[in-house]
Design a protein around this ligand. Structure first.
Ligand SMILES: [Ca+2]
Length: 270
């Protein structure tokens, strides 16, 4: 009887010890995970300001080899253009037919891809000449587009980002964008930068920084004070347009009908 009680007590204590160890181990493991899950707020510094065509309803923005490429929207005034950043001068331009509402653009290898909003039609142009190479179709709205060096990445205003093969133009996979397990809607103009997708959120002055593997929002950049009261001309629309200058890791930022393009440097204060 004494022996039975001894072992019962012994195993009881052992059980308690094991449970305590599991709790302590799990607690120790969850601390860094929770820290990783924190969403940071980025800060920024304006380095330079350039002129922007106040008639350009910016839907796509890309920096390539010292030149700014822009896709503009609205029925009747949609275009694809190449501009000199410092002067804002248009160096090359084509206009879309009046029945197309131009959306995002991206440059992959020697081609420019341009989406349209509700026309379910994408255009592929030769980078040098802007001549049409081919068209493609899709069964969703077209909003923003970028690429990760392998696939095109397309937004359609929902929390879904679609990865599309640039040659076959077929959808490869999707990721869902979320913040603390809640889906993030209105994902608009895009820029893929070092494993992250920077995305304008339509109708806000916010840029979400999204992990391109998981779809998780890892940072926010609030640009609500980048335009000053003097910039207001009564027509300015929303922030939309992110381009990346890899030479110095600066962002070029503008918006629909904005008078300025901003070169900014961002800081993660995490
Ligand atoms: Ca872009």
């Amino acid at each position: 009887m004494f022996l039975y009680e001894f072992f019962s007590k012994k195993y009881y204590l052992t059980g308690i010890m094991i449970i305590l160890c599991i709790i302590i181990f799990n607690f120790a493991c969850t601390i860094p995970t929770n820290a990783d899950a924190e969403i940071s707020s980025l800060s920024y510094q304006v380095l330079e300001v350039y002129p922007h065509d106040v008639k350009a309803f910016t839907q796509g923005l890309v920096w390539k080899d010292g030149l700014l490429y822009e896709g503009t929207g609205l029925y009747g005034s949609s275009s694809l253009r190449k501009t000199d950043l410092k002067t804002g001068k248009i160096l090359q331009q084509i206009t879309l037919s009046d029945n197309f509402f131009g959306e995002g653009i991206t440059i992959f290898k020697d081609r420019i891809y341009q989406l349209t909003w509700k026309e379910q039609t994408g255009f592929v142009y030769y980078l040098e000449t802007f001549q049409l190479s081919e068209t493609f179709s899709y069964e969703h709205e077209g909003w923003g587009i970028t690429h990760d060096g392998e696939n095109l990445i397309v937004s359609d205003g929902t929390p879904i980002l679609r990865f599309i093969d640039p040659v076959s133009l077929k959808e490869i996979k999707q990721i869902k964008v979320f913040e603390n397990e809640k889906p993030v809607f209105m994902i608009n103009e895009l820029e893929y930068i070092n494993g992250k997708i920077y995305a304008n959120i339509w109708q806000t002055d916010l840029i979400a920084v999204i992990d391109s593997e998981s779809g998780k929002v890892i940072s926010w950049l609030d640009l609500s004070d980048i335009l000053k009261p003097d910039d207001e001309n009564g027509k300015i629309d929303v922030l939309n347009g992110i381009a990346f200058d890899p030479e110095n890791e600066h962002l070029l930022i503008t918006g629909k009908l904005w008078p300025k393009v901003f070169r900014i440097k961002i800081f993660d204060n995490r």
